[in-house]
Design a protein around this ligand. Structure first.
Ligand code: HEM
Length: 180
């Protein structure tokens, strides 16, 4: 997993819980990186799970809730760093439908070792989108945070639901609907 996710996670914890928690998290968690991350290098995904578990235990906030907030926190960073990729889109439905065949492909050119999920489009209209997310990392709520922030980025109201009836080897089906 790319280092920028970890550097963003430390910033996220600092903003919400203060530098003290960042310090105690790094000293209390047994991290092979020692908590020293460089945005462009990659680190083991399980370190993120360790950090997330620590914050969840110490704040009594569910991991799903933290991950969704973290997704919201990361999107402006991703957009800011890769604005040339995003400027092609004028609405959130097209952007979200473009993750698989455009956005993450551009990402792979930049970071050869990026471990990306797949987002296949099951259905698309002007105001709705069904997306199937598949990843060994299962960052469902991180994805929800990224998608909600994408709606906010375009100043559009909408909702994101998980299709609980969908069950296919751990893939998750999201339904995005624009409301205004
Ligand atoms: C400017 C737009 C975007 C850029 C540049 C971008 C780039 C990236 C990069 C570099 C990673 C890290 C891969 C790694 O750690 O090796 C990543 C992961 C991820 N991206 Fe994107 N992304 C963008 C938008 C989105 C959006 C809108 C979603 C919405 C669902 C999304 C979903 C994810 C998820 C869920 C992961 C975590 C990896 C996983 O689940 O396996 N991305 N993205």
């Amino acid at each position: 997993m790319k280092g920028f996710i970890f550097t963003n996670f430390l910033d996220f914890v600092e903003k919400n819980n203060g530098l003290k928690m960042v310090d105690s998290m790094i000293s209390d968690c047994d991290l092979s990186s020692d908590g020293i991350y460089s945005a462009f290098l990659s680190y083991e995904y399980k370190e993120l799970v360790t950090l997330l578990t620590y914050v969840s235990k110490n704040t009594n906030i569910k991991q799903e809730v933290l991950l969704e907030e973290f997704g919201r926190f990361v999107l402006p960073y991703l957009i800011g760093k890769h604005s040339y990729i995003v400027k092609k889109y004028s609405n959130p439905i097209d952007l979200l439908a473009g993750i698989e065949n455009h956005i993450h492909i551009e990402v792979k050119k930049l970071y050869e070792d990026a471990e990306l999920p797949t987002f296949s489009v099951a259905e698309k209209t002007k105001t709705s989108l069904s997306l199937i997310y598949t990843s060994s990392r299962g960052l469902t709520y991180f994805a929800i945070g990224l998608m909600k922030e994408t709606l906010d980025f375009f100043k559009v109201k909408g909702k994101i639901d998980i299709d609980h009836a969908y069950n296919n080897n751990g893939s998750v089906k999201f339904h995005v609907e624009i409301l205004d």
